[in-house]
Design a protein around this ligand. Structure first.
Ligand code: GDP
Ligand code: CA
Length: 350
């Protein structure tokens, strides 16, 4: 890391004390990549207004979770855990490094599908441990803590809820009596590559879910809340949909600052476009900010970063009552990502 310790960290007299407690909401690959750069910059003292030894709690989306081959798989929790714990396949951005696929090949040889969802051999061990613990009665939060004892991700990693919540996507189907059918999020994303228009997003179980232990407490005790550029519908949107969480952010003491997942009219890598379309939200950085809304007017944001190439949208975000700056937002490497995090904290803390 090239970050020099920053003098910003020791707050000048009269300024607020440096933040010591950070909460981040996260999906999978986008969130994890942002958090890795954020943590390096944080520990190097390069985040304005933040103490280098600040504690970080990550609340991860669990609505992508599903059961396959009798195993409980939690893609976003695992992506964050492997990425921050040094076990991720860096090229792919998900799954284990040094992965092999013998078990998947054996399943295929038995003709047991689905053949579009790869489970690596190393990754399988994680799902076996998790499934045994879940079936023995442990809540997902306790299972996650147990898995993290191996990976030591350097953050407290919490599932958004211990309850079963699953995102399903409604797509057109001429053969169905209603003209549409729903598929599990994984089928939409992994099998269909999100190539079919999403007509609606249905998050089964979300309205009855409760935040996992520690989640609302972490938000209530935070000095800063970060929203990585995770998918605003099926990552951040589902977390905010857990009853009580949006209110905790609105009423909490911490400023909330987010990073746009949209640059120009593109979701960079991912599928945010299809899902924003299904909500009728324009695919732009300022429209996503307005979709989240300002804390002053019942939304959740105090600050929002748009890409330097979207500088013309800054005024539209500010007009919505949200502090805004335009900076490079491509997470091309850890240093570039760390600079994004520094710009985010500077916006609301410095
Ligand atoms: P997932 O759960 O694996 O889909 O990951 P997330 O929801 O955490 O993040 C996916 C989102 O990250 C995508 O929809 C993109 O909009 C966003 N994203 C990916 N790469 C970049 C990047 O380099 N810069 C920005 N600003 N956003 C990105
Ligand atoms: Ca995800």
């Amino acid at each position: 890391m090239s970050h020099a310790p920053s003098p910003d960290v020791s707050a000048p007299q009269g300024a607020s004390p440096a933040a010591r407690s950070i909460v981040a909401l996260s999906g999978g690959v986008g969130g994890a990549r942002f958090l890795r750069g954020t943590l390096s910059a944080l520990r190097a003292g390069a985040l304005p207004g933040v103490s280098p030894d600040a504690a970080v709690t990550v609340v991860a989306n669990t609505a992508d979770d599903w059961w396959i081959h009798g195993l409980k798989v939690c893609p976003d929790l695992d992506t964050v855990m492997y990425t921050l714990g040094g076990g991720i396949d860096v090229e792919r951005g998900w799954g284990r490094s040094g992965e092999t696929w013998a078990a998947s090949e054996e399943l295929a040889a038995y003709g047991v599908g689905p053949d579009w969802f790869g489970l690596g051999d190393r990754d399988l061990a994680t799902h076996l441990v998790r499934t045994q613990m879940v079936e023995a009665g442990y809540p997902l939060s306790a299972v996650t803590a147990a898995l993290c004892r191996r990976w030591e991700p350097g953050v407290e990693l919490l599932p958004m809820t211990d309850d079963r919540v699953e995102t399903h996507i409604a797509i057109a189907d001429d053969e169905a009596p209603s003209g549409r059918r729903t598929v599990h999020f994984q089928e939409y994303w992994v099998r269909m590559r999100a190539q079919v228009p999403a007509e609606a997003v249905v998050v089964v179980g979300l309205d009855r879910a409760t935040p996992a232990p520690g989640v609302t407490e972490a938000v209530a005790g935070a000095d800063l809340v970060l929203l990585p550029p995770s998918n605003p519908v099926v990552s951040i949107g589902t977390i905010l949909g857990v009853p009580g969480l949006r209110e905790a952010l609105q009423e909490g003491p911490a400023p909330v600052v987010g990073v746009s997942p949209i640059i120009g009219d593109s979701h960079v890598h991912g599928m945010a476009r299809q899902l924003l379309d299904s909500l009728g939200v324009e695919v732009s950085a300022s429209a996503v900010a307005r979709h989240y809304g300002s804390r002053a007017s019942g939304g959740i944001l105090d600050g929002w970063l748009v890409a330097d190439t979207d500088a013309h949208q800054v005024d539209a975000v500010r007009d919505a009552g949200i502090a805004c700056a335009a900076v490079p937002l491509l997470m091309s490497d850890e240093e570039a990502t760390g600079r994004m995090a520094a710009a985010a904290t500077a916006l609301v803390l410095a």
